[in-house]
Write a protein that binds this ligand. Structure first.
Ligand code: AMP
Ligand code: GLY
Length: 420
């Protein structure tokens, strides 16, 4: 088979790495990819948002399966366009991807179908939203409705801070049209965890749970980022909880989308808060998580291509999806200044000789005159598996110091709470 992965981050390197292990794959392309994917696939220099150029390349290269990484082409309808052109494509349709593309859509769906989420309301007028905030007390969560690269959510401690967040979204339009509507929610307390699942529109096959670290610095200080590290499995997530999330969240959401006329095929990513009042959904994503994928796929024992095809063909019920009992820890090495402004183009050294139990997934890297250089905010994911989180964590943090680039910064506390 000839497979195309769309995207160029750590998630796509991990997807390409796992897909390349399938005996079914004869040729693998990544668009645009990075320096890491260049070592295991053919990179095509096409942006993940340039759907017409991607389609042309997919036809030219006679692609048998396209796998879409990032949210933006999904919400733009890449799966509908590719499918119409006869290219089997993994990911939800444009209608299905609204579960991520519009937080208001996701909230309405959850409320209508009894899927547990935070109490809240949606506003399309600044004045009405401000008036609502003035009636709240304590912590208030303000969210831009549309896609905002993980930066559109403000968890605030006062009315003033919430009003400021509202102004950022609706007045200063920091996220453009994504801020045409806002969601104002109660602040949920508890343990945060992500559970992703494969769905073919009917059957739901959960992956293994993972915990992401969204803040930039140790101890959850600093700004929200796309994710600074991740581990799987969280110690508190037992089989009973898995069953509950499947029954209360994943299955009803897939059923609800089918009922609303947009059967969901792809990865359904549920961001959850485990509160003292039970499981609550924080957000849905319409794709694999980044950096969750980098710690989930190393634990997948089954052939990923078989699973992706079963999702596309609607035969997931007959497909085995097996996971290892290993633990996996991934740490993001970021450019100094990220998630704010940062400089790129710094040479990266020490990438060779990591040893068999440590994998480096590239995120923001590229090749320049044969040298790997930094090319983004999140630069690398260093990932290790072990018999437990302690062992995986030790391996990762032992490997990291040999990798060097200017102004590299990373969190020292990924999975620390699990081993203390
Ligand atoms: P989201 O992109 O919706 O997952 O939001 C980003 C982060 O904001 C989440 O990972 C949570 O840590 C936090 N968050 C979102 N909604 C809430 C909420 N209602 N209560 C508390 N924290 C939240
Ligand atoms: N790590 C969070 C996300 O992929 O949205």
């Amino acid at each position: 088979m000839r497979v195309l992965v769309v995207g160029g981050g750590g998630r796509e390197h991990a997807l390409a790495w796992k897909i390349a292990q399938s005996p079914r794959v004869a040729k693998l392309f990544v668009a645009p990819g990075n320096a890491g994917t260049a070592a295991i696939a053919t990179n095509l220099p096409i942006s993940a948002s340039n759907i017409p150029a991607l389609l042309e390349a997919a036809k030219r290269e006679r692609i048998d399966l396209a796998v879409i990484g990032p949210e933006s082409p999904l919400t733009e309808g890449i799966v509908d366009i590719f499918t119409e052109a006869g290219i089997p494509t993994f990911g939800p349709s444009r209608a299905g991807a609204r579960i991520e593309g519009s937080k208001a859509f996701a909230r309405d769906l959850m409320v209508k179908h009894g899927i547990p989420c935070a109490r809240g309301a949606t506003f399309s007028s600044l004045d009405a939203a401000a008036a609502h905030i003035r009636q709240q007390s304590g912590s208030i969560v303000v969210k831009a409705d549309g896609l905002a690269a993980g930066k559109g959510v403000f968890v605030t401690n006062s009315q003033e801070a919430a009003l400021q967040a509202l102004s950022e979204i609706m007045e200063k339009r920091a996220f453009g049209d994504a801020g045409n509507r806002v969601i104002i929610e109660e602040c949920l307390m508890g343990k945060e965890v992500s559970l992703l699942a494969f769905s073919d529109g009917e059957t739901v096959a959960p992956m293994v749970p993972a915990c992401d670290y969204k803040r930039a610095y140790d101890g959850d200080q600093g700004l929200n980022t796309g994710g600074m590290g991740c581990y799987s499995p969280p110690g508190f997530f037992d089989d009973k909880l898995l069953e509950s999330v499947k029954r209360q969240v994943l299955e009803p959401t897939v059923r609800a989308l089918a009922k609303e006329g947009s059967p969901y095929r792809g990865v359904l990513y549920a961001g959850l808060m485990l509160t003292d009042k039970g499981i609550k959904v924080l957000e849905f994503n319409a794709r694999f998580g980044d950096p969750e994928t980098q710690v989930i796929l190393p634990r997948l024992k089954s052939d990923l291509v078989d699973i992706l095809l079963a999702v596309v063909n609607g035969t997931l019920a007959q497909q085995s999806v097996a996971w290892s009992k290993d633990a996996c820890v991934g740490v993001v090495l970021a450019s100094g200044g990220y998630p704010g402004s940062y400089t790129t183009g710094y040479p990266i050294t020490g990438l060779d000789g990591m040893g068999a139990s440590v994998t480096v997934f590239h995120a923001g890297t590229k090749l320049k005159d044969g040298q790997v250089v930094t090319d983004g905010g999140r630069v690398l994911n260093v990932v290790a598996c072990g018999k437990d989180l302690r062992e995986a964590r030790e391996k990762v943090y032992k490997a990291i110091p040999s990798i060097r680039f200017q102004d590299c910064h990373y969190r020292q506390d990924i999975a620390l709470r699990e081993v203390q």
